[in-house]
Design a protein around this ligand. Sequence first.
Ligand code: ARG
Ligand code: GLU
Length: 721
Amino acid sequence: MYRKILLTAVAVIMWLGAYAGEGMWLPLLIEKYNIDEMHAKGFKLSAEDIYSINKASMKDAVMIFGGGCTGELISDKGLLITNHHCGYPQIQSHSSVEHDYLTDGFWAMSADEELPNQGLKVTFLKRMEDVTIRVLNGVTDDMNMNERKAAISKNIAKIMEEAVEGTHYSGLVESFYYGNQYFLFVNEVFSDVRLVGAPPSSIGKFGGDSDNWTWPRHTGDFSLFRIYANKNNEPAEYSAENVPYRPAAHFPISLKGIEEGDFTMVFGYPGNTSEYAPSFHIEMLANFIYPKLVDIRTAKLNVMNRYMAADRGVRIQYASKNASIANAWKRWKGEIRGLAKMDVVSTKQAYEKRFDEWVNSSDDRKAKFGNIISDYENIYADYSQYRLVRDYLNEYIGGLGLETICISRRFERLLALYGDSNHDSETISTIKAMTEAQLQMHFKNLHLPLDKETATVVLEMLYQNIPSAFFPDITENINNKYKGNISKYIDEVYAKTFFISQQATLAFLNGFNSGSVKKLNSDPAYQLYKSLTDVYQQKVLPRYNELQNRLDSLNRIYMAALMQFDNERTFYPDANFTLRVAYGDVRGYEAGDAVRFLHFTTLEGIMQKENPDIYDYHVPERLKQLHAAKDYGRYELNGTIPVAFTATNHTTGGNSGSPILNARGELIGVNFDRAWEGVMSDLMFNPDQSRNISIDIRYALFIIDKYANAGYLLDEMTIVE
Ligand code: ARG
Ligand code: GLU
């Protein structure tokens, strides 16, 4: 039934003259699997133009931006564009109440005004290669999971070492199709990346978390950075001597615009999908885990939003933290809804039934694959519990919202070093300096009343949501000394811990020595953190990892079996934050009964959403003036400015900031989100409703040129009119 549903949907869409955009394809294999279809859909370039090791190609202009986004080069002087929300931590770290770049925006009017960003890196792919045979060399079917893993790691280490020997590149081997295939990636990493421009949040984050994950959308979600290199055009740490990086390729920018049905391609780094997961996995997430994670984040956000609304300083301090808590929270809600509406669990169950029938119709297959589905069922019965507790505890010790409790995490490396008798003083001082920077940032962004209230609220939830077998040891103390009154207990923790004081915490860091462990052990905030971490480490992870190992091995066998069972289908590998090509077309969608969305939005929509009483819908004065004067220049379209558009490309988290290209490989937009009705595409793509959302590049240029008067930046771009 799974396949049938898909086929019907595809048929209907083809009949409308378009096609579904499902799939995240490997650049190296475009020639083999995709280029013919891409040409049939209007793409004008060759597979070599996308990925080549013999000549400059698009891949030379696409990068991993920071740790989880994509960015692309738009000039031959290292200028790159990504999302505003991807540059957010940097924009925020340069901001204070005096220089509030989050609120006011930031525009370097010349190279010397660009702002360096410690720790920010961008990564380019130099080449990739199928190394499956070498990775699996010596690996046999009778190895247990640990032996298998050890053999594979050993092979991988050797491959990576050889691949980058004598170069400044770094190597990475990643598993595809759950360990059925392996690719080597050779990367070049740049670490002098400077902030060039960012619109105010009232443009770059217009609509905020209210509009996040929804369409129609009016967010100008872009920011500009520049990569610097040494005199040899090679990566170098920040230095005033560095010069703008001269890339082999950058994207030309098209002002020609888009029509519904136009070919589109997204080239970037999708993070994580599970398209082939069994029904049990979907059931676990949608019915069991996501609802609980949604609840705990709702509680965190309620506290945070209240404090942020009341104080501008707190709003700045918590802007970035709030956005990251709210983002997954809202997506989970959308996924729960989408999975139920699409009836994904039953669809997968029906597919598994057909799979089992196929298995059982041959003795050979029965021997090899006969237990897969029932094994899944058994493992998930247990795994779901452990996965829930793991994810739930992560909401405590992961640092998202309980910062005083978690601050001791910052001392873990020092603790480990002092535990090791032959530590050298140089490593210690490097780590101390790094920790000091982290602590400064922590205190700059800490509002204690908010932090304490959050701790109280969420600790109460812990006891209602995880089985008592996983309660931390500290519970006994809470019950005995505080009669189970969490609020009293937290009051005391915050009254006694030295971690609420910046001065005391820094003094503790600077005087850190082998005696410090004792002081740490008697601190009540650390005791709570430690108690939660102990459960996680001792009662959850060992069993969780064991079950995960069994699942990994089952997934590998199931994936291989599916490829035989469903042999007419071309399987694309699940996303794993490696470079992928998605292609589709510009298209609106039907969101529900009687609701049909157009594929694009305009400046008029911004004015319609404007609401001075709601922070997310403030419109900056200058934008209103430009609108009133219709001062649109060459970015004008039918008397307004195009702002964002939807297309059918299959994307996920990590694709933020990815270039969206037209049939000639010109930049028409920057990907930044997906539409609400289709966000379950990480688990199952719905061709009727899964849509990626991009900012129209003309809106970005309009903002740079007309709003910010930073038109000098356009001179270095290649603009196709
Ligand atoms: N939903 C987009 C993505 O997953 C944008 C997130 C940032 N924006 C926000 N309002 N939190 O990353
Ligand atoms: N906003 C997402 C990101 O940061 C992209 C949207 C999606 O998940 O597709 O990568």
